[in-house]
Design a protein around this ligand. Sequence first.
Ligand code: BJW
Length: 236
Amino acid sequence: MNVLVLTGAGISAESGIPTFRGANGLWEGWRLEQVATPDAFAREPDLVHRFYNERRRNLLDSQIRPNAAHSALAEFEKRHQGNFFLVTQNIDDLHQRAGSRQVLAMHGELLKARCLDSGELFDWRQDLSTTTPHPRDPSVLGRLRPHVVWFGEMPIGLERILTAATEADLFIAIGTSAVVYPAAGIVNMVKDNCRRIEINLESTPTSDLFDESLRGPASVLVPQTLARLESFGIDH
Ligand code: BJW
């Protein structure tokens, strides 16, 4: 049994990380294009750095921890006999902190910085700015960007995602609004006989493509759903 899970901002909402498009969404007061495109970074790097610095500091706050949904997925992965692959659109590290092993962060990682010239990645927990010294040569300033995927950029690991989708027997999408592609299109890539389950507070534009659309908080429904699947041998 090959299991593919896709997560979005909703799974981390109950850990204290705001979603993008909810009522208290992260983008309120900010236009998405002001901060999440390569053009915005080229035009207003200080604004974009401030935006990610704030989120990085929030993520590193001791109050921010994985919740029951992250933990249930990590525990499920440990027990599951077949393949398990977790694709997250989130740039936080809460799945990894919860103990998930096979995690692909398709929109990047907030705790990494990328060299604009070489593409080299560095673990990063500090603020970034247009004058941040380069770790390899401190005389070079401001050549690091957040390691995230902005609109118009290619998401990370698409080939692995496509392979996992075509091989999946069970696909679960958790806490994603299904408006950002190609992530929202994964449900279309799975086989006809793949079982599809959506977990979200609300319906989404792709809800009709799922066999089950479960409405409620991820911290409750993810542990419940995984326990139910396991107790029925997964495919009931
Ligand atoms: C709960 C809950 C609780 C709350 N319990 N639920 C068609 C095909 C291909 C591409 C496009 C296309 N049409 C347009 C495009 C281009 C574009 C795109 O999709 N635009 C749309 C806006 C229309 N896509 C791109 O540019 C992507 N690249 C690309 O397409 O490259 C070329 C390509 C072509 C063909 C094939 C392959 C590639 C790149 C997209 C990059 C997205 N980047 C961001 C920022 C990342 C860094 C950062 O975090 O700042 O990623 S945007 C933002 O949206 C972030 C998220 O990962 C992403 C998705 O958001 P998510 O996770 O769904 O969050 P929300 O807030 O939207 O939803 C939360 C949900 O949780 C809600 O539904 C709540 O109800 C729910 N919820 N609390 C359960 N407790």
